[in-house]
Design a protein around this ligand. Structure first.
Ligand code: IPE
Ligand code: IPE
Ligand code: MG
Length: 242
């Protein structure tokens, strides 16, 4: 079967959905530790290389016409990791924002955080909030970074807000989710070979297509994304109908 090209001629922010048909892709960026271990290097080396994979993936997502890319960077359960690894992840996050903010601003990327980043250290919170403010009015690709994010926490927070406003319904909860202003999730990718969701976008994944790749996150390239989008374009989505 011939695959449709994943590359799009339609730029986001100018209307229209790219040829692959996906508007919103989310990625569980997993396997940094194993990537480093294979090279007899400390885990943090894998995280450093993981940031480079993030950078090229964000560029590729823009070029491939995605309206939204959501990246799982730090889960509510990742606090269980050793303090020095958490510290290294925070330093990398800060450096990423400092180094890449100009590029986001120049390319009409809107930065968004899902999860509760207010739990982070004050300097990290300040840096993030400034980056959010600077890119708030951009209407190209939305880059949502999941920080201190857990889907169960997100749904509980949304349900509490919905209950405070009135009847709790599917729609009233959906309207309070962290992703409420984003297009529906089309495709969820996980790297590293693990086949689980690890508390990521449980609600939004209800009818998303899934793609589990046997590649460790630092090895993820735009070609992997293009292939995942080409596979997505071949899938028949039924949403329970027939
Ligand atoms: C993913 O890589 C990055 C984060 C969770 C922050 P891991 O650190 O989970 O790497 P593995 O899964 O141990 O290889
Ligand atoms: C999921 O990966 C979280 C992120 C990628 C940020 P984990 O490595 O934390 O998930 P488990 O522990 O393998 O399920
Ligand atoms: Mg992991």
């Amino acid at each position: 079967m011939k695959l449709k090209p994943a590359q799009s001629e339609v730029a986001p922010g100018h209307g229209g959905v790219a040829a692959h048909g996906a508007r919103h892709v989310a990625i569980i960026m997993d396997g940094n530790g194993r990537w480093a271990k294979k090279r007899h290097m400390p885990r943090v080396f894998g995280h450093q290389r993981g940031v480079e994979a993030v950078r090229r993936t964000v560029r590729a997502a823009r070029e491939m016409g995605l309206e939204a890319l959501t990246l799982y960077a730090f889960s509510t359960e990742n606090w269980r990791r050793p303090e020095d690894e958490i510290g290294a992840l925070m330093s990398l996050l800060k450096r990423f924002i400092v180094d890449d903010l100009d590029e986001f601003a120049a390319n009409n990327v809107r930065l968004k955080i899902i999860g509760d980043h207010s739990a982070f250290a004050p300097d990290v919170v300040e840096l993030i909030d400034k980056a959010l403010a600077r890119t708030r009015d951009n209407d190209g690709t939305t880059l949502a970074i999941a920080l201190n994010y857990g889907a169960q926490d997100e749904i509980a927070r949304a349900a509490a807000k919905a209950a405070a406003r009135g009847p709790v319904t599917v729609e009233s909860i959906a309207a309070e989710l962290d992703t409420a202003d984003m297009p529906p999730l089309d495709l969820l990718i996980r790297t590293s070979g693990e086949v689980r969701l690890s508390n990521f976008l449980l609600w939004q994944a209800a009818y998303a297509e899934m793609c589990f790749l046997d590649v460790l996150w630092p090895d993820f390239t735009p070609d992997h994304l293009a292939q995942a989008l080409a596979d997505f374009a071949q899938r028949e989505r039924r949403f329970g109908g027939r």
